[in-house]
Design a protein around this ligand. Sequence first.
Ligand SMILES: [Zn+2]
Length: 183
Amino acid sequence: MINKSIPTEPSTPQELRTIHDFTDEFLVVCPRCGHKAVVKPSTDGLPPRLTCLNCGSVRQWTSAQKGVLFSKQSGTWPEGQYALGDAADPYFHLPLWLQTSCCGHTLWAFNQRHLQYLRDFVAAKDRHTPPRETKDPLNSLLTSRLPKWMQLARNRDAVLHAIVVLETKHNNGNSQASTAAGR
Ligand SMILES: [Zn+2]
Protein backbone atom coordinates (compact mmCIF):
# COMPACT_ATOMS: atom_id res chain seq x y z
CA MET A 1 0.00 0.00 0.00
CA ILE A 2 1.02 3.59 -0.43
CA ASN A 3 1.50 5.35 2.85
CA LYS A 4 2.49 8.72 1.58
CA SER A 5 0.10 11.51 2.27
CA ILE A 6 -0.60 13.10 -1.06
CA PRO A 7 -2.96 16.07 -1.14
CA THR A 8 -5.87 15.51 -3.48
CA GLU A 9 -9.31 16.98 -3.75
CA PRO A 10 -11.76 14.44 -2.35
CA SER A 11 -14.14 14.84 -5.27
CA THR A 12 -11.58 14.71 -8.05
CA PRO A 13 -10.62 11.48 -9.81
CA GLN A 14 -7.01 11.67 -8.66
CA GLU A 15 -7.54 8.94 -6.14
CA LEU A 16 -4.53 6.88 -5.39
CA ARG A 17 -4.74 4.01 -7.78
CA THR A 18 -2.34 1.42 -8.97
CA ILE A 19 -2.80 -0.74 -12.02
CA HIS A 20 -3.48 -3.55 -9.56
CA ASP A 21 -6.73 -1.93 -8.51
CA PHE A 22 -8.06 -3.04 -11.89
CA THR A 23 -6.62 -6.53 -12.16
CA ASP A 24 -9.70 -8.31 -10.82
CA GLU A 25 -11.13 -8.83 -14.31
CA PHE A 26 -9.82 -8.70 -17.88
CA LEU A 27 -12.07 -8.49 -20.90
CA VAL A 28 -10.35 -10.20 -23.81
CA VAL A 29 -11.01 -11.43 -27.34
CA CYS A 30 -11.95 -15.09 -27.12
CA PRO A 31 -9.26 -17.12 -28.96
CA ARG A 32 -11.92 -19.54 -30.20
CA CYS A 33 -14.87 -17.42 -31.33
CA GLY A 34 -13.60 -13.83 -31.34
CA HIS A 35 -16.31 -12.58 -29.02
CA LYS A 36 -15.83 -11.01 -25.62
CA ALA A 37 -14.46 -13.39 -23.00
CA VAL A 38 -13.45 -12.82 -19.38
CA VAL A 39 -10.18 -13.67 -17.66
CA LYS A 40 -10.31 -13.79 -13.87
CA PRO A 41 -7.42 -14.08 -11.42
CA SER A 42 -7.19 -16.86 -8.89
CA THR A 43 -10.17 -16.81 -6.51
CA ASP A 44 -11.71 -19.27 -4.07
CA GLY A 45 -8.97 -21.81 -4.69
CA LEU A 46 -9.58 -21.79 -8.43
CA PRO A 47 -6.66 -21.02 -10.74
CA PRO A 48 -6.77 -17.99 -13.04
CA ARG A 49 -9.15 -18.81 -15.86
CA LEU A 50 -10.67 -17.75 -19.13
CA THR A 51 -14.41 -18.06 -19.64
CA CYS A 52 -16.35 -17.28 -22.80
CA LEU A 53 -20.10 -17.12 -22.43
CA ASN A 54 -20.51 -17.09 -26.19
CA CYS A 55 -18.81 -20.36 -27.16
CA GLY A 56 -18.37 -21.95 -23.73
CA SER A 57 -14.58 -21.95 -23.87
CA VAL A 58 -12.91 -22.44 -20.51
CA ARG A 59 -9.17 -22.40 -19.94
CA GLN A 60 -7.11 -22.61 -16.80
CA TRP A 61 -3.83 -20.81 -16.41
CA THR A 62 -0.71 -22.37 -14.96
CA SER A 63 2.15 -20.25 -13.76
CA ALA A 64 5.55 -21.13 -15.20
CA GLN A 65 7.47 -18.07 -14.03
CA LYS A 66 7.39 -16.27 -10.73
CA GLY A 67 6.96 -12.54 -10.32
CA VAL A 68 5.56 -9.89 -12.61
CA LEU A 69 7.05 -8.92 -15.96
CA PHE A 70 6.61 -5.30 -17.04
CA SER A 71 6.94 -5.04 -20.79
CA LYS A 72 5.21 -3.08 -23.52
CA GLN A 73 5.61 -5.91 -26.02
CA SER A 74 3.12 -8.63 -25.24
CA GLY A 75 4.42 -10.61 -28.22
CA THR A 76 7.57 -11.31 -26.24
CA TRP A 77 5.89 -12.31 -22.99
CA PRO A 78 6.89 -15.90 -22.11
CA GLU A 79 4.06 -18.37 -21.68
CA GLY A 80 3.06 -18.84 -18.06
CA GLN A 81 4.49 -15.46 -17.05
CA TYR A 82 2.19 -12.92 -15.41
CA ALA A 83 2.91 -9.76 -17.37
CA LEU A 84 1.67 -6.18 -17.54
CA GLY A 85 2.26 -3.20 -19.80
CA ASP A 86 0.54 -3.93 -23.08
CA ALA A 87 -2.95 -4.38 -24.51
CA ALA A 88 -3.16 -8.02 -23.44
CA ASP A 89 -4.31 -9.83 -20.33
CA PRO A 90 -1.51 -10.72 -17.89
CA TYR A 91 -2.21 -14.46 -17.83
CA PHE A 92 -3.01 -15.80 -21.29
CA HIS A 93 -1.65 -12.72 -23.12
CA LEU A 94 -4.81 -12.52 -25.20
CA PRO A 95 -5.65 -9.19 -26.84
CA LEU A 96 -7.81 -6.97 -24.66
CA TRP A 97 -11.39 -6.44 -25.79
CA LEU A 98 -11.21 -2.77 -24.88
CA GLN A 99 -8.53 -1.35 -27.14
CA THR A 100 -8.51 1.12 -30.01
CA SER A 101 -6.11 3.30 -31.96
CA CYS A 102 -5.66 6.83 -30.70
CA CYS A 103 -3.10 9.53 -31.48
CA GLY A 104 -0.82 7.00 -33.15
CA HIS A 105 -0.90 4.76 -30.08
CA THR A 106 -3.18 2.10 -28.63
CA LEU A 107 -5.57 3.07 -25.88
CA TRP A 108 -6.54 0.08 -23.78
CA ALA A 109 -8.31 -0.84 -20.57
CA PHE A 110 -8.63 -4.09 -18.66
CA ASN A 111 -12.31 -3.63 -17.85
CA GLN A 112 -15.11 -1.11 -17.52
CA ARG A 113 -13.90 0.27 -14.18
CA HIS A 114 -10.46 0.81 -15.62
CA LEU A 115 -11.99 2.60 -18.61
CA GLN A 116 -14.06 4.80 -16.31
CA TYR A 117 -10.96 5.69 -14.35
CA LEU A 118 -9.10 6.70 -17.51
CA ARG A 119 -12.07 8.80 -18.59
CA ASP A 120 -12.23 10.59 -15.24
CA PHE A 121 -8.53 11.27 -15.31
CA VAL A 122 -8.38 12.52 -18.88
CA ALA A 123 -11.56 14.58 -18.53
CA ALA A 124 -10.34 16.31 -15.37
CA LYS A 125 -9.31 19.82 -16.26
CA ASP A 126 -7.26 20.53 -13.18
CA ARG A 127 -5.33 17.34 -12.79
CA HIS A 128 -1.88 16.89 -11.48
CA THR A 129 0.49 14.00 -11.53
CA PRO A 130 1.12 12.58 -8.09
CA PRO A 131 4.70 11.86 -7.11
CA ARG A 132 5.95 8.64 -8.59
CA GLU A 133 6.80 5.76 -6.35
CA THR A 134 9.96 4.37 -7.82
CA LYS A 135 10.92 1.76 -5.27
CA ASP A 136 8.58 -0.91 -6.47
CA PRO A 137 6.76 -0.90 -9.79
CA LEU A 138 3.88 -2.72 -8.12
CA ASN A 139 3.31 0.36 -5.99
CA SER A 140 3.50 2.84 -8.81
CA LEU A 141 0.53 5.08 -9.10
CA LEU A 142 -1.45 4.40 -12.21
CA THR A 143 -1.71 8.06 -13.07
CA SER A 144 2.03 8.45 -12.94
CA ARG A 145 2.36 5.53 -15.30
CA LEU A 146 -0.12 6.76 -17.87
CA PRO A 147 1.72 7.40 -21.10
CA LYS A 148 2.63 10.98 -21.82
CA TRP A 149 0.49 11.16 -24.94
CA MET A 150 -2.61 10.46 -22.84
CA GLN A 151 -1.73 13.26 -20.49
CA LEU A 152 -1.18 15.95 -23.13
CA ALA A 153 -3.92 18.58 -23.12
CA ARG A 154 -3.88 18.74 -26.91
CA ASN A 155 -4.77 15.05 -27.11
CA ARG A 156 -7.59 15.25 -24.58
CA ASP A 157 -10.46 15.40 -27.09
CA ALA A 158 -9.04 12.56 -29.16
CA VAL A 159 -8.46 10.41 -26.08
CA LEU A 160 -11.96 11.09 -24.77
CA HIS A 161 -13.39 10.17 -28.15
CA ALA A 162 -11.46 6.89 -28.10
CA ILE A 163 -12.79 6.19 -24.61
CA VAL A 164 -16.35 6.75 -25.84
CA VAL A 165 -15.67 4.30 -28.66
CA LEU A 166 -14.56 1.71 -26.11
CA GLU A 167 -17.49 2.44 -23.81
CA THR A 168 -19.83 1.84 -26.73
CA LYS A 169 -18.03 -1.39 -27.55
CA HIS A 170 -18.31 -2.48 -23.94
CA ASN A 171 -22.01 -1.64 -23.73
CA ASN A 172 -22.75 -3.43 -26.98
CA GLY A 173 -20.91 -6.48 -25.74
CA ASN A 174 -21.08 -9.40 -28.08
CA SER A 175 -23.80 -7.88 -30.21
CA GLN A 176 -21.23 -5.83 -32.08
CA ALA A 177 -19.31 -8.93 -33.06
CA SER A 178 -22.56 -10.64 -33.99
CA THR A 179 -23.49 -7.74 -36.22
CA ALA A 180 -20.09 -7.78 -37.86
CA ALA A 181 -20.38 -11.50 -38.49
CA GLY A 182 -23.95 -11.27 -39.77
CA ARG A 183 -24.69 -10.96 -43.45
ZN1 LIG B 1 -15.64 -17.78 -27.31
